[in-house]
Design a protein around this ligand. Sequence first.
Ligand code: URA
Length: 433
Amino acid sequence: MRMYDIIRKKRDKEELTDEEIAFFIKGYTDGDIPDYQASALCMAIVLNGMSDRETAVLTDCMARSGDMLDLSRYGDKTVDKHSTGGVGDKTSLIVGPIAAALGATVAKMSGRALGHTGGTLDKLEAIPGYVTGLTDEEFFSVVDRAGMAIIGQTGNLTPADKKLYALRDVTATVDSIPLIVSSIMSKKLAAGSKNIVLDVKCGSGAFMKTLEDAEKLARSMVEIGRRCGRNMTALITDMDKPLGKAVGNALEVKEAIEVLRGNEKGDLYEVCVALASEMIALVKGIPAKDAEKQVIGAIEDGSAYKKMIEWVKTQGGDPRYIEDPSLFPAPKYAKRVCSPRDGYIGRMDAEKVGTTEVLLGAGRITKTDEIDHTAGLHIEKKTGDYVKKGDLLCTLYTGNEARFAEAEKRYLSGIVFSETAPAPVPLVYKIVR
Ligand code: URA
C-alpha cells in the first residue's frame, strides 16, 4: 500500500477502505509517513469530506493508536467536557471545579491552541508550577486527592491525534467535520470517561460557521460516543462573538477565577452553568433543571472556587495565584483600541479576534512557537453595545510592542458598526441528547 495512492484517491473524491485508513494512522503515528503527505491527505479530507463509515473507522484507529485509560475505578461518576474550539473559551477551567465540587470525577485530557482558537493547556500553563504532563499514576493520584485533574495528551494516549492536531493547526486543515469528530472523539474514548458533554461552537469564531454544520458535527459525535457505551450530550453554543471579556492565556485564567468567585454573571457564566448542569445531569441521572440549582449553589457557596484552589495546588500549581490573581505577571505593553465612530456594534468577527490574539503572541504561527502567556486582549464592547467615537473597544496586551500595529488592524477589521441594534442571538442554540 502506498500513501501516494491514498492521497490521490481522496483527492479524486473516492472512499478510502478501512485498511487504507488504518495504514495512514499507523504509518503517521510511527513516523513512517512524513508530515507533507499527512497534510496533503488532511487537505483532501477538508475539501472532499468523508463518509460516516470512514469517519467512524478514522476515529477508532486514532483512539487505538495508543493506550486507552481505564477509569472504571471511579465507577460511573466520571465526566468529561470538550469544546470544538472557540475564542475566549475558558469554560473547562470553570465547569471542571463545579462538577468536581458536586461529587463528579473529572479526569480530563485537554488540548493546546488550534488555529485561531485557544487551548486549555496553554491557559493552565500560565499558572506558575501547574504541570500538564503527568504519568498515568500521577494523574490518578491527583484525581484521587482532588476529585479532578486536567492534563495534556501525555504518555501514549492518542499519539495519532497528538501529531495530527499540531499539523492541522499550521496547515489550515482544522475546519472539517470528519477531522474534528475523529480528533475529539478519539481522545474522549481513549480518556475513558463514562459521561461526556460536548460544547459544539457555532458562528464566526467557531470551526462550524452555521447551525446546520454545528448540528451535523454534534450528532456525529454523540452517535459515535453512544455506540461506544458513553452517555452523551452535546450543546450547540454561540461563538459568533468571543465568550466573556478576556482572550489570552493568563487573562482567561483570571476571568475564570472571577466567575468561580461569583463576581462575573455575563455570557461566560451562563454558558458554564448550562454545560455544568448537563454534566451533573448525566452523572447523577437527574433532570438538567435540578442539576442547574446544584451548579448555581456550588458557585454561590464558594465550593467550586475552593475546588479550583485544591485542584491547582494538587497538580503542582501555586495556589496563591488563584487566591490573588494580581500576582500574575503583568503584560509588558498595553494598547487601547478606540472606536473610530458612533454606532452599535452590529457584528464581531470572532475569528478575527482569535487571530488578533495569535498576532499578539498568545498562540502559535508555527508548530514550535513559544507562547507569551501574558499576551491577549480585554474586550470592553461586544455585539449589541452602543459606542461613541473614541470609546474604548478593547485593550491589547503583549510582550513585544512591534506586534500591536497588525493586531490592532486585524481587530478593527472584524468589527461591523450599524445604525440599529442587532437582534440578540441565543447563547445555547440547541441541546442534542
Ligand atoms: N478540538 C479538538 O480536540 N480537535 C479538533 O479538531 C477541533 C477542536
